[in-house]
Design a protein around this ligand. Sequence first.
Ligand code: PGA
Length: 224
Amino acid sequence: MKRRFIIANWKSNKTRKEVIDWVELVGKNLHNDASREIIICPSTIHLQCLKEEAVRKNIPIRIGAQDVSEFPEGTHTGEINGKQVKELADYVIIGHSERRKMGEDSNTINHKTEEALRYGITPIICVSEIEQIGDYPFRIESSKILIAYEPLFAIGSGNPDTPENANRVVQLIKKEAGDVSVLYGGSVTSINVRSFTSQEHIDGVLVGGASLDAKQFLLLIKNA
Ligand code: PGA
């Protein structure tokens, strides 16, 4: 059976108290299951809290950051570098379209990917179209990265891609990028999740809005 990734991208949401409450509820209801990997990506400011809570309550989740600096440690005010991220997280989202909109280009994304890989963090690289794959030399590291296909129209819109088309694009990405796990993201909910995870080529889902509410997210995991 293939291992599925279920990744929660909390974006710029949740206070510390809300993180603790979410973990409390999810922790009580989540059981170990080797067939899936659940990765939670909070704001950087909550990485430590989430990690401590998960360890303390023995909750089977992994931790991901939402970004990493393109620079190594040093004189870069406000940046959080790969070495620092690695202390708290094993994954990092890179090149999300919401960051590309703010000016992040493929050059920056490549530098960030290099920094993540240097410290043994698994990059979750987001692409909104197949053409973006060609920009990245990281393809040669395909066994050490995850790719998320997230079409722009589907993100936060309540209008997901069709599972068949997502499966087709994911297959094309794998053809381009080699032996890599590829996820689908964009308006995934507890109701439609299975239609994506049951596709032949899709290795999991990247979930934004539907990961914020603990009960909804538990249901999504159950249905995946
Ligand atoms: P959404 O976000 O699930 O709210 O559409 C997905 C994402 O942006 O990663």
